[in-house]
Design a protein around this ligand. Structure first.
Ligand SMILES: [Zn+2]
Length: 123
């Protein structure tokens, strides 16, 4: 379970809108979706605003089944981030991978809930 405060921060940061925007999207976000799979063990390390995006329930479940071109497009948009060797490295990978929002904005996510446009990189 992602802490409720963190879910609220992510939903607020993304203006309550689903970032995944898959074909069955409901528009309004209700969950915080992990950009990278946690694998087994369910590490809390990935419960970090940099590794989470707002999503609706349908996209959240459809994303898990995405394959081929759909999955490649989600990786290109930074909403799926491939797992690194450790969960800590996966969070770093999320931090360095901007998210392309449905409006086309490409933003880096910070752990405090801020978003920084790609052109104003914080590192
Ligand atoms: Zn959606």
């Amino acid at each position: 379970m992602i802490p409720k405060k963190l879910v609220a921060l992510v939903l607020d940061r993304d203006r309550g809108r689903c970032v995944l925007n898959l074909p069955r999207c409901l528009g309004a976000a209700s969950v915080a979706d992990h950009r990278a799979n946690r694998g087994s063990g369910g590490s809390k390390v990935l419960d970090d605003a940099r590794a989470l995006i707002a999503a609706c329930g349908l996209c959240n479940s459809d994303k898990a089944d995405a394959s081929g071109e759909t999955r490649a497009e989600l990786i290109r948009r930074g909403v799926i981030v491939e797992k690194a060797a450790t969960n800590h490295q996966t969070v770093v990978r999320c931090a360095y991978t901007p998210v392309e929002y449905p409006d086309g904005a490409r933003l880096y996510l910070l752990s405090d809930g801020r978003r920084v446009p790609e052109g104003e990189v914080p590192f």
